[in-house]
Design a protein around this ligand. Structure first.
Ligand code: GSH
Length: 222
């Protein structure tokens, strides 16, 4: 058996993608969470960009969540990409879209003033309108089969479980397919177990530490 070790962080959405893919493929792996504010020397030595996730395959190192997922796709059944080349390319493109949404979400909760916060909120509304037009949500992105693209969006919707406890920001409102898909993702074992039980409390603390506009809203809601 090849020994797989995933170098991770408790909150990282990109780590979650890799964890979901590993779990969907039923692969045994060891997870090591590190403190990204104090990166260990051994981690900096093996991670060219200083980022998680990193997958160690025995003594080899694979970095970048998308590349890790593609490596698993190349090496372990069942396939989580469509067999048709055009559909597969489409799924890969929407995984890129998920990365842009994650970056928008970061901009949203770290915005330091109300104007930027509102602009980021509007950007997110537009992104999710685009997504609503594409997904099938029956119950997954492209119908009845769970794919890697679903793994990429699980961590996206998880943010909103925490944001919703602060305020309804109206970002996902009026998007019935996204609501259906979000519910299915939340209930999927691989997605649910990609983070620890204390994830919501940790994300609350992480947002508070940003001293952002959302930190203020969180304090008001508490
Ligand atoms: N493009 C990378 C993004 C990974 C990423 O941004 N990881 C963050 C945590 S969520 C990180 O390690 N940040 C540490 C840093 O940038 O110093 C991927 O898909 O794996």
């Amino acid at each position: 058996m090849t020994k797989l070790t995933l170098i991770s962080h408790a909150l990282c959405p990109y780590v979650q993608r890799a964890v979901i893919a590993l779990k969907e493929k039923g692969v045994d792996f060891e997870r090591i969470d590190i403190d990204l504010s104090q990166k260990p020397d051994w981690f900096l030595e093996i991670s060219p960009l200083g980022k998680v996730p990193v997958l160690k395959v025995e003594d080899d190192v694979i970095f970048e969540s998308t590349v890790i997922a593609e490596f698993l796709e190349d090496t372990v059944a069942p396939p989580l990409h469509p067999s048709d080349a055009v559909r597969r390319a489409d799924h890969r493109a929407w995984i890129e879209f998920a990365s842009v949404v994650l970056s928008d979400i970061w901009g949203f909760y770290t915005a330091t003033n109300a104007e930027t916060f509102e602009q980021k909120r509007r950007d997110l509304i537009q992104r999710f309108e685009r997504l609503e037009a594409r997904v099938k949500a029956e119950p997954w992105f492209d119908g009845g089969t769970f794919h890697l693209v679903d793994a990429a969006f699980g961590p996206v919707f998880r943010y909103f479980d925490v944001f919703d406890t602060i305020e309804d920001f109206g970002i996902l409102a009026g998007k019935p397919k996204l609501a259906r898909w979000r519910k299915a993702l939340k209930a999927r074992a691989s997605v649910a177990s990609a983070v620890a039980q204390d994830y919501p409390a940790r994300l609350h603390d992480f947002i508070l530490e940003r001293h952002s506009h959302m930190s203020g809203l969180l304090l008001e809601a508490a």
